[in-house]
Design a binder for this molecule. Sequence first.
Ligand code: GCO
Length: 460
Amino acid sequence: MARQRGLRFPKNFLWGTASASYQCEGGNTNNQWYRWEQQGHILSGERCGDAADWWHEAENDFSLAEQMENNALRLSLEWSRIEPQEGRWDSAVLDRYRAMLLDLQRRHMKPIVTLHHFTEPLWFVERDGFAQQKNMYYFVRYVRHVVESLQDVCDFWITVNEPNLYAILGYQLGTFPPGEQHVSRTMRVLRNLLQAHVEAFYAIRSIQPSAQIGYCLHYRLFDPALPFSPFDRTVANMQNEMFNGITLQAAESGHFSFPFNLALAAIPRAAGARDYHGINYYTREMVRFDPNAPTELFGQRFIRHGAVRNDPGLDNSFGEIYPEGLYRVLKMVYQRTRGNKPLYITENGFSDGMDDRRPRAILEHLAMVHRAIQEGVPVRGYLHWTLVDNFEWNQGWQVRFGLVEVNPETQERIPRRSASMFGEICRANAITEEIVARYAPEALESIFGRKHAAQRPVNA
Ligand code: GCO
């Protein structure tokens, strides 16, 4: 068959989806998110309950990923199941995770395992969690136990998911557990989580020298409302540094930038403690200078007027669909780390219950990944958030990120059109003109340029 025209991805590029234990498994009642729900903090009043029932039926959804010819799948392990009480290990739980990972391998999907994806055992939280540096010992002990048990079925580990978002939402904004609004504890938790990653990196390295080990950060861009305004530019730059730059620099070098370095000790052995950079990217926000908003770093954030956007969620958490942001983040991480390691997109997705924006959004974000690769950025994989609709933290089921729709009452699965499209992209290892024309002809121009623009049907 004639080679389809399109944007081809590198050989052995990883294509798959990302997920998290608490959001998918169901039946998790021994961690701080379950208690957070019981305290009434889920905006919709819903309960995670059975979630997407992966603890019992994950393999049914893994078969859907196999049908999309994914060659990787990211999931996380629930520490609170594996170590329900401090120092007590549940071997049956590890057996269940082993069965999941073996099933993925049988379906030719590389397991990518996250060891900490926001949730922790209650006994760890009661010791004040990552706010206390001495508690890192418990996390590293858990990591050692898991890797020693599962190293024969997993060689790609993500130690910590989004330490920046975990610290900011849980300790500064208070919308995630423990619901604090305490800047100094936010920075301490961030520092300790980054050190926990470093210690976990060396622990895994000592057990499984050939493993790929890293962490992933949530990158969010902040752009000035008025590009030529020095005030808007200043506050936008401050927000970018606070959310993205400080964490990346500290993770990379072990040193926090001024003034945080006055309060936060350097992280020993941080330099080089990763085999790749994990990038979670969703959106950008606009920022305008506001002298009356000191707690917002004098910058009022908002969603660009007229932007194509995600389903907002109950607190307007999900904003602009902004494909170029992924290109900018990939370039920024590559440049700020001097191209020292490969990059994996460990999350990118869209809350779109109708699936009427997702096809174009996926295609245009992937086109931006391709552009970064063409410019020399070593991106080695793309994991879409997410395979099936799941419990979106404090939004519950009110926003839907799945390529496959889930009815939480009946657990029925209904693959969305985006699932078929993602499968064709994975099979082709490319975004072909034919795929774009069939799923999102309106994207032909942005992806392939003017000469390929679809002849819009007269009655469009
Ligand atoms: C995050 C988490 C995911 C979310 C996803 C959609 O980035 O908050 O890693 O668990 O569910 O990003 O918001």
